[in-house]
Every structure is written in C-alpha cells, then in structure tokens.
Design a protein around this ligand. Structure first.
Ligand code: ADP
Ligand code: MG
Length: 314
C-alpha cells in the first residue's frame, strides 16, 4: 500500500523549472529516500507535500485521498531550515511546540523528559535555545518532530549538521520508528547511509526523477558481474590464470593473503571463474560485489549530464 503518491508534479519559479513532471510513490511503513545533488528540487517537492507551496500542475495523494489540510496532523515535518525561538528556554519551547501538535502539557512534558534522557539532553532543559550549538538545536527539533508519533515523518536533510555519532543516533531512531510502523520520507544529498536506511528511493537531478524504485532491485539491476576473491597463494599465477576471460579490477595483498576484485567478461559465470583459479590458490572467501548506491548515483548523474550536452533526452 502506498501512503504518499506524487503524480506529474511541475513547479516553476519564474522561468526556472524546479520540478519537471516528477512522480514518486512512497510505500507505507518503509523508508523512502529522496536523493539528489544540491539544487535538484528535493526541498521544493517536500514543501509541496507539506502544503507549504502549491505545484503548478500535478497531484498529491495521501492514503489514496487527494492531499488536503486535514492530512497535516498525520505528518511530522522536519524542515531543512531549522527554526526554534532563540530566546525561549529549550524545555518550555518543546512543551509549547508539542501542545501545538495536540498533546496535553502533562503528556508532552512526560514524553519529552523520556526523550531528553534517551538522547542525553537533560541538561539542556533550562538553557536558552541560543546557548545550544546548531547540531544540538537540530537534535531538539528532531525530538519535537517525532514526539506526537505521526503516521508519516518527512525529514528534510535530517543528517546534515550532525557529527557522526549524532548522525548515527538519528539513523537508529529512524530505523526504530520504521519498525514501529511509521512511514519515513527523507531527503539527503549524502549517499553514505542510503543502503542501510532506505527501502526505496527516487534520485532527482536537475528537476527530474532519473531513478526510482527499491534499493535492492536497483543494486541488482546495476550490478556489473564483479566478484571478490580472497585467497592465499601466488598473485602472479592467479593473474595469469585470469587471462582474457576475466578482468582483474583491483588487488590487495596483505602478507600471504590476497584480495582481488574480478569482473567476468563475455558470458563467463562465477563457476567458470572459480574453476579457472582454484588449481592455483587456496580460497578463503568468494562473494558477488553489488555496486553501492553512491556509485550508481554518480554514474546516473554523469550519464544525464553527458546526454544533456549532446542533446539527448533520457
Ligand atoms: P534541493 O533541496 O534538492 O537542494 P531545492 O528544492 O531547494 O533543491 O531547489 C531547487 C531549485 O529551485 C534550486 O535551483 C533553487 O534555487 C530553486 N528554488 C527553490 N525555491 C525557490 C524560490 N522560492 N524561488 C526561486 N527559486 C527557488
Ligand atoms: Mg534541500
């Protein structure tokens, strides 16, 4: 079941097209990554889904219904431009914001105390917001976004501005929320955690969706018949045995241990590769290498760039 569906969204700012016929489909209870370089159009699409701006054409559906203001309360939204009241105390401000989302003062305070403990932010409660660093403020804002347990969470660049430890804290929290049945739509220009995090993605580049689908299927689709062979034995003999049917892409020698990345050429199978090299080595491990989303992302973006310069369309 899909919970959010954007269909043929077009958005222009003057003569500039920020979204050009963009369609995405977000399945329920999963993590959907809106990926793409800076300026691709991610935030614009997120603002449209949050009904902050309207598209010039196209439609958004929420749980099968045409998106309308009544759906707002089912969505928790962390905007890219974080904004808290600078002069207000952190705890007081969180309680206030939670009340706006429909929680009682008592209920909000209880829940907030739990979150502050979990995220080791207890000491911040009485501080003025302006006394917190940008990353600390962002942590506070994340808590405020998820506190009322919305059905759908929309997080615009949730990891930017965080150090690695806090980024991984937020990542684990996002995974836990998914396991509890929340649907998460997040944008990121950083591909490093996409594999661990996202079930489905849309890659946007220059206002257009250039790749859409499940991370598992996309990685299968872009795999390049590449295998990693770890062995002990003589690397020279190994390399000679590969001859013309296999290409050695990378090698790494550590004492008697060798690790080689090999590409199958022509119609060679993994069995052929093993049969070819086994007489010469002691095998330790053998596995297929799937491309990372980062590799796919870079090659897709470059490909569209090349097409654009020679005047081809996707
Ligand atoms: P992303 O979030 O992927 O980095 P954005 O959606 O913020 O990208 O922006 C996409 C493009 O639209 C950018 O070129 C940006 O300058 C332009 N843009 C976004 N909002 C506005 C606006 N309000 N007025 C004019 N141009 C805008
Ligand atoms: Mg953005």
């Amino acid at each position: 079941m899909e919970i959010i569906s954007a269909q043929n969204i077009v958005k222009q700012f003057g003569s500039f097209t920020a979204l050009d016929d963009v369609s995405i489909s977000v399945p329920e209870k999963s993590i959907f990554g809106l990926l793409g370089p800076n300026g691709a159009g991610k935030t614009t699409l997120i603002r449209i889904i949050n009904q902050i701006t309207a598209p010039d054409s196209g439609q958004i559906f929420f749980g099968g219904e045409k998106l309308s203001p009544k759906h707002t309360e089912q969505i928790g939204y962390l905007p890219e431009e974080r904004g808290l009241y600078k002069k207000m105390e952190v705890g007081e401000q969180c309680v206030y914001l939670a009340q706006l989302k429909g929680l009682s003062k008592k209920g909000a305070t209880k829940k907030l105390k739990e979150w502050f403990e979990k995220f080791e932010m207890q000491d911040w409660w009485k501080k003025k917001t302006e006394e917190l660093s940008k990353g600390m403020q962002q942590k506070v804002q994340f808590v405020v976004t998820v506190l009322h347990e919305p059905k759908v969470l929309i997080l615009d660049e949730p990891f930017s501005g965080f150090d690695p430890i806090n980024a991984s804290l937020i990542k684990n929290e996002v995974l836990r929320l998914k396991n509890n049945g929340t649907t998460i739509l997040l944008s990121t220009h950083n591909m490093s955690s996409v594999e661990e995090l996202c079930d489905n993605i849309a890659l946007i580049n220059k206002a257009k969706v250039i790749l859409h689908g499940s991370v598992r299927e996309i990685r299968q689709q872009y795999k390049a018949n590449t295998y990693e062979v770890e062995f002990t034995g003589d690397l020279m003999t190994f390399t000679k045995a590969l001859f013309k049917d296999f290409e050695l892409l990378e090698k790494h020698v550590d004492g008697a241990n060798c690790k080689a990345k090999v590409k199958l050429l022509y119609d060679k199978s993994p069995n052929d590769l093993l049969n070819t090299v086994l007489p010469y080595i002691q095998i330790q491990s053998f596995r297929e290498i799937l491309p990372s989303m980062n590799d796919i992302f870079i090659s897709k973006v470059q490909q569209t760039e090349v097409h654009a310069t020679v005047g081809l369309t996707e």
